[in-house]
Every structure is written in structure tokens, then in C-alpha cells.
Design a binder for this molecule. Structure first.
Ligand code: NCD
Ligand code: ZN
Length: 332
């Protein structure tokens, strides 16, 4: 069956060797991807952004014609509203705010959300999207997303023309909050949060490959995410948050957060929407995100075949999501 290519509206591509290893999976399924700026060093300035885009396109090689990286910059406490115009002219379409210490490479991130009002204001005027990692530093880990919702509500109430995306929502509370806010506020939902709960991380023996931020929550939260993703609400669209880390970085005493889902996006999303009996897959993966970001719908297609296959245990030293599982749909 033919499926329109995806727009992955939240993706970690990394740099260097890792970028070259993981990018082909995105190229094979996605027409565009919103590329996260929490690289090391981070994408902070217009020239960082230009250089990172060039590195991605170079890594894409001959496939670059069929792929558009949508570039972002990282909003830090030092971010100045005067830099917004140059970031925009370098091609940024969004800025990503990481609260302090809540995830990979977020050390020294934001604690005083109000101090950045001038930055949000400049972004609103420039037509840039504000992407929020929605977890409140210092709150109990399972409550961090819910406690952040007040911050979201305050920013949304103050900047009514600013497009805001609450990234990778994991709770029924976040789904309800975003649903209730005006149309300028939307949310991304990952593949893995549609499949796993906290039990898949630590209900049995610890599985570090299902460890990500925000951590997967309760079964009823997962149900709310499935409902939001499959019901055809334009406020919820796909962002994989595929976040590769080497096996060594995951299987150790201080394991990194991130699930590497890029290799299995289309087969698993097709399967989930089928199982739920939803006809909203194309809207979720290729239309609602584009609409929100003001982009034309992509015109590229992929082919899926109903044929069982086994997700490899390891791909280039990285464990993919659902490694070792049998999937129903295969990418041709
Ligand atoms: C992401 C990463 O590894 O960069 N990790 C994750 O657990 N999701 C960062 C992020 O999006 O939080
Ligand atoms: Zn992410």
C-alpha cells in the first residue's frame, strides 16, 4: 500500500558518524523533519544553524533532493531577542526551549520562563514556532509534565499569536490541556509513547532502551495519547523524538535518555492505526504538522507491504525500538 511520506516534527539527528548512521532511516520514510538543536555543541546562532543544515544535507548525499531538514535553534537563558531576526533569516522555523536538566544536553537550561518573554515576543513577531520540552525542573519525575502545564498556559495566554508546540506529550493531563487551549497551541506525540508505558521501562527487569524523557506513564495516559493521535484532531501531530544513543551510552550506570525509533516508524504507526481502526494516519503523520507549521503538504510517497519481518537487535551499534519484535508491515 502507498502512504504519503511523513513529516517527523521532532527528530534528533546528532552529528558526525552518528548522523551518517541514523539519517538513512529518516530519508527512507520522511519528506521533512524538524531537527532538534540539542547537539553538542548546541545550535545557538545563525551560523551554527547554517553549518548544521549543511552537515545534514551532506550526510544525505544524493538523497538530499527528496528531503528537507526543518531547522531549529536552542533557547537558553542567555538567548537574546535581538538574535531572533538573524536566526529567522538563516532559515530557522522554530526555537526549542529545554528546561534545566530535564533531558539529554539540557544542563544550564531554562528555569526562569518569564525572563524569556522578550524572546517569545520576538518569535511571535517573526512567525517562529516555540517548541517546549514540557517538564518542570525539580518536580517529581512522574509529575514533571503535569506541573509544567501551568507554564504553558501562562505563555499561551500572554502570547496569543505565538505558535506553541508542547513536545512529546505523555499524559492524559497534557492532552486535555492542549485540547482546551486555542488553535495556536498544539502537541507532538511520539511513536514509542503510543506503544509503551512505564512498565516497559521498569515493570519487569530494567530495559534502558525504553528509557526516554519524558518517561512513559500509566496505561490510561497511553490510551489518551492513542485517542488524541488517531481521532483526527489537528492539534496533535507526529514527532518521533527518535533519539539515538550508542548501546554503551544506554547500558551503563548512568544511562542516557532516548528511544531510537527512526528505523521502525512507518510499519509501527500503520499497525497501530489499523489496530485501532482509524483512518487518520495520513492526517497525523503528514498533514496536521505541515498545516500547523504553515508548510505545503509533501508530495512524496512510500510503499508498505504486508509481510512479517523481525526488527534487528542492533543497527550500527544502536538498539532500535522494538528490537527483536515481529512486525506486520515492511517498508518496500
Ligand atoms: C532526547 C535526546 O536524547 O536528545 N532524549 C529523550 O529522552 N527524548 C532529548 C529530548 O527530546 O528530551
Ligand atoms: Zn526530543
Amino acid at each position: 500500500m502507498r502512504l504519503r511520506k511523513f513529516d517527523d516534527m521532532h527528530l534528533h539527528l546528532r552529528q558526525g558518524e552518528m548522523l551518517k548512521l541514523v539519517l538513512p532511516y529518516t530519508l527512507s520514510q520522511c519528506a521533512r523533519a524538524l531537527v532538534m538543536p540539542n547537539t553538542s555543541p548546541a545550535v545557538l546562532t545563525a551560523s551554527d544553524l547554517t553549518n548544521y543544515r549543511s552537515e545534514i544535507l551532506q550526510a544525505a548525499g544524493s538523497a538530499k533532493a527528496g528531503f528537507e531538514p526543518l531547522m531549529t535553534f536552542k533557547i537558553t537563558p542567555a538567548c537574546d531577542s535581538s538574535s531572533i531576526a538573524s536566526l529567522k533569516s538563516a532559515g530557522a522555523i522554530a526555537g526549542k526551549l529545554y528546561p534545566d536538566g530535564v533531558t539529554t544536553n539540557s544542563e544550564g537550561g531554562v528555569r526562569d520562563f518569564r525572563a524569556l518573554f522578550p524572546v517569545y515576543e520576538a518569535m511571535q513577531e517573526a512567525g517562529l514556532v516555540l517548541c517546549l520540552h514540557g517538564e518542570l525542573p525539580g518536580a517529581f519525575s512522574l509529575d514533571r509534565e503535569e506541573k509544567f502545564l501551568e507554564v504553558l498556559q501562562e505563555i499561551a495566554a500572554r502570547f496569543t499569536r505565538l505558535k506553541i508546540v508542547l513536545e512529546h506529550v505523555t499524559t492524559a493531563a497534557a492532552v486535555a490541556c492542549v485540547s482546551a487551549l486555542p488553535a495556536n497551541v498544539a502537541a507532538t506525540i511520539t511513536l514509542h509513547h503510543l506503544y509503551i508505558t512505564l512498565d516497559d521501562l521498569l515493570g519487569d527487569k530494567l530495559n534502558p532502551h525504553n528509557f526516554c524523557k519524558p518517561v512513559a506513564k500509566r496505561p490510561e495516559d497511553r490510551e489518551a495519547l492513542i485517542k488524541a493521535a488517531t481521532s483526527g484532531s489537528a492539534k496533535f501531530f507526529f514527532g518521533s523524538d527518535s533519539a539515538p544513543h550508542s548501546i554503551e551510552a544506554k547500558e551503563c550506570a548512568c544511562g542516557a535518555a532516548g528511544v531510537y525509533s527512526a528505523p521502525v516508524l512507518a510499519p509501527l504507526l500503520k499497525q497501530l492505526f489499523d489496530d485501532v481502526g482509524s483512518d487518520q494516519l495520513e492526517n497525523f503523520v503528514s498533514r496536521f504538522g505541515a498545516d500547523f507549521y504553515g508548510l505545503p503538504v509533501n508530495q512524496d510517497f512510500i510503499e508498505l507491504k504486508e509481510e512479517e519481518w523481525l526488527v534487528p537487535e542492533v543497527l550500527d551499534g544502536i538498539k532500535p525500538f522494538m528490537a527483536g519484535s515481529r512486525l506486520r508491515w515492511r517498508l518496500v
